[in-house]
Design a protein around this ligand. Structure first.
Ligand SMILES: [Zn+2]
Ligand SMILES: [Zn+2]
Length: 258
């Protein structure tokens, strides 16, 4: 059984738990750790978990809303960490005391009963990776922090049964915001973040009968609204807006079965 849970999503911090249960065994992966360690502990406790229940950490890129407490958590609990060489370099080549493993585009990673498939995305970071995770039966796609989805990204997500999908901004709200022009260009650009309509376009391209739960993630607090993200994704899937979950900045989501 494969399930996932956002522990928080947005520019203030991102962390997602992915859990595979196989017989009596459980494998838990933390995708990004962009929270303070006490905040992460509190949100894990709400999910009934302790940091020592995490078997592996995957960091998608070096931005602080994704790295957060990764090193402190890994060293304290002796949890192995995966990230790209570029992410490690861009975050200052921190010493992980033997716990660091290098991830790369299209190189499969085995963690207990989970298989991770990282893939490169266009984002203004050194070597950003997003990923899909499978327990052999079901597949979850995690896709945040990218300016657009080239064919390679769409191919990497083909066959996913569930998606955590960035819906960063609504272009009209971004344009009308108090952001300085350079930041508007950065966020809305090809190496920035996905607008609601871009996320909907990705869903439309991927749509197949197997796709189930879709969670809108990494919403901008200032330049988006949950109802706009829901409406865009529901339009692409042909479902009701209420069927689309939104990962809250501080509450994340409950457990969602893939
Ligand atoms: Zn981010
Ligand atoms: Zn980023």
């Amino acid at each position: 059984m494969l399930r996932f849970r956002s522990l928080g999503s947005g520019s203030s911090g991102n962390a997602t738990l992915v859990e595979a249960r196989c017989g009596s065994g459980v494998t838990r992966l933390l995708v990004d750790s962009g929270l303070g360690i006490r905040v992460l502990e509190r949100r894990l406790a709400v999910a009934g978990l302790h940091p020592s229940d995490i078997n592996a950490i995957f960091i998608t890129h070096e931005h602080s809303d994704h790295v957060g407490c990764a090193r402190a958590l890994a060293l304290r609990e002796r949890i192995p960490v995966w990230m790209s060489h570029g992410t490690w370099c861009a975050s200052g080549e921190p010493d992980y005391d033997g716990l660091l493993n290098m991830a790369a585009d299209a190189r499969v990673i085995e963690v207990g009963d989970l298989q991770l498939h990282p893939f490169a995305v266009p984002h203004d970071a050194r070597e950003p990776l997003q990923l899909s995770c499978t327990d052999g039966a079901r597949r979850l796609g995690v896709l945040t922090d990218l300016g657009h989805a080239p064919p390679s990204v769409l191919e990497s997500l083909a066959g996913c049964h569930a998606l955590l999908l960035e819906c960063n901004h609504e272009p009209d709200l971004l344009e009308a915001s108090a952001y300085p022009p350079f930041l508007k260009r950065r966020v809305g650009g090809d190496l920035g973040h996905l607008a609601n309509a871009q996320a909907a376009g990705i869903l439309q391209t991927l749509q197949h009968e197997r796709i189930g739960p879709v969670v809108a993630a990494h919403l901008s607090h200032k330049n988006n609204r949950p109802d706009l993200a829901r409406a865009a994704l529901a339009g692409a899937l042909g479902c009701q807006p209420a069927d689309i979950a939104v990962a809250h900045a501080t509450d994340g989501t409950g457990w969602i079965g893939v």
